[in-house]
Ligand binder design. Structure first.
Ligand code: GLN
Length: 484
């Protein structure tokens, strides 16, 4: 049962192959047996999951089942869940039981999905390796010495290890696409504003976007269908109709124009990585697509601009964590300053503190124009590169990451090496564009991801292109050796 996709499960539940309670129980057993190796879950909500599954089975018996009724998933621990620990991977929120559900959680509950619990992540979603979590590092199911990627490393490891068929995740600079690439999964980061951010703990508000981690594009379409749509509680959520994402999956790709940005096929990209990605592009040509070289000339400015904008926004967002209202509070504070200082000093990890310091500096009166304002101007240039490119092409493709999954500990002492992990993913967040990563090959027995970049609100085209590739190839069906 554990090797089924969301689409398979929907069919099986309808056909009465098994009940939601049976499936939920078998996945919970699997989590109990295997997750000590992966550490992908922070909280398992066993009781609640079984109650939701039972309600789903009853609903089905009464003839009222819908597509999602009784399908088990799990959520990144960045989404507030009513009555359940919402830690965001931090000691700072290690005692925070959210008093309400995030819109994304609410939508899955309304749809009838079953939640198995909350998934591990880099602290406050800052990282590319899931090594900065207060709850410990997450192991990559393909090779447990390697990182699963981050920050949605728990989401990726849980889906790759077949503990759940799908998971929610978030992406501020690559946190869905990079772990999807490292774990051989299909990761979708929609257009900024496609999904409500309400109840999602904010890292960098102008970049954060919820999305999904699944094993196929077909499943990504099903997850997006639940999550997408306007929400008056998030003023940055866009009021735009939500298409039927599954309806266009099968569309023919003849005539699709794929842009290959020359800045993304750099000389320092290993020959093996290049080869896997080129093979995937050749597959698209077989499917009828045309390829065109394009240029995104400001690509080299994406990482520097991101590492001003993201820390600046995080320094403001995390100021609410002060030991007073909620979250961690130090013991025996001497006075209010001691309370702030020690609560924040003890509650935040090193990477988070580094970002708060950089952000506060960049926003300070003397440096605002030189750094923050300049970074916002660069951001516009990066966006304009894409706007120009999409006048000529329908979709842009590139590697998702410069290399496959790296070893745990390999980059922890060098923050800049870690930041460079997102070299191909970050520009999209600065521009607000949708992106996907799909498995397209392997190097050293580790998965390699192909990144698909779409125009604004063109998720349907991304899902269509990803699905057609997955029908023609079987990279997405490969599983880690000791799992298949
Ligand atoms: N790795 C990037 C960072 O550390 C992106 C993280 C994310 O997308 N949440 O900021």
């Amino acid at each position: 049962m554990y090797n089924k996709t969301i689409a398979d499960i929907a069919r099986d539940l309808n056909a009465g192959e098994y009940s939601s309670v049976e499936l939920t129980q078998s996945l919970l057993d699997r989590v109990e047996q295997l997750d000590s190796t992966y550490n992908s879950f922070i909280t398992v909500t066993k009781e609640q999951a079984l109650a939701q599954a039972k309600a789903a089975d009853e609903r089905r018996a009464a003839g009222n089942a819908e597509l999602w009724t009784g399908i088990p998933i799990a959520h990144k621990d960045i989404f507030c869940t009513n009555g359940v620990l919402t830690s965001c991977g931090s000691k700072m929120l290690s005692n925070f039981v959210a008093p309400y559900d995030a819109t994304v959680i609410d939508k899955f509950n309304q749809a009838g999905a079953v939640s198995l619990g909350k998934l591990n992540m880099d602290e406050f979603a800052m990282g590319s390796s899931n090594e900065s979590s207060f709850y410990g590092a997450v192991a990559n199911p393909w090779n447990t010495d390697c990182v699963p990627g981050g920050s949605s490393g728990g989401s990726a490891a849980a889906v790759a290890a077949r503990l759940v068929p799908g998971a929610t995740a978030t992406d501020t600079g690559g946190s869905i696409r990079q772990p999807a690439a490292f774990c051989g999964l299909t990761g979708l980061k929609p257009t900024y504003g496609r999904i409500s951010r309400w109840g999602m703990v904010a890292f960098a508000s102008s970049l954060d976007q919820a999305g999904s981690m699944t094993r196929s594009a077909e499943d990504a379409a099903l997850m997006l269908q639940v999550m997408a749509g306007f929400d008056a509680k998030d003023s940055t959520c866009v009021d735009q109709p939500v298409p039927d994402y599954s309806a266009t999956l099968e569309q023919d790709l003849t005539g699709l124009t794929i842009g290959l940005p020359k800045e993304y096929f750099r000389d320092d990209l290993s020959a093996d990585m290049q080869q896997q990605v080129r093979n995937a592009i050749a597959e698209y040509e077989k499917l009828g697509a045309k390829v065109k070289e394009i240029s995104l000339p400001n690509t080299h400015l994406a990482i520097p601009a991101y590492y001003i904008v993201a820390p600046a926004e995080c320094s403001a967002n995390l100021s609410r964590m002060d030991g007073v209202r909620f979250g961690y509070r130090c013991d025996d504070p001497q006075d209010i300053n001691d309370l702030y200082k020690r609560s924040r000093g003890e509650g935040f990890g090193n990477e988070v503190k580094r970002r708060i310091m950089v952000g506060a500096y960049a926003l300070s009166a003397g440096f605002y124009d030189a750094y923050y304002k300049k970074a916002q101007q660069v951001r516009r240039l990066i966006k304009n590169d894409f706007v120009e490119a999409f006048k000529e092409v329908d979709i842009i493709m590139s590697p998702t990451t410069p290399s496959p999954a790296f070893k745990r500990g390999e980059k922890t002492s060098d923050p800049v090496a870690m930041y460079l992990e997102d070299i191909f993913t970050i520009a999209l967040n600065l521009a607000g564009l949708p992106g996907m990563s799909i498995p397209c090959g392997q190097v050293n027995n580790l998965p390699v991801g192909l990144q698909l970049i779409g125009n604004y609100f063109d998720e349907a085209r991304l899902l269509n292109a990803a699905h057609k590739f997955q029908q023609a190839t079987d990279w997405h069906q490969q599983a880690p050796a000791d799992i298949a």
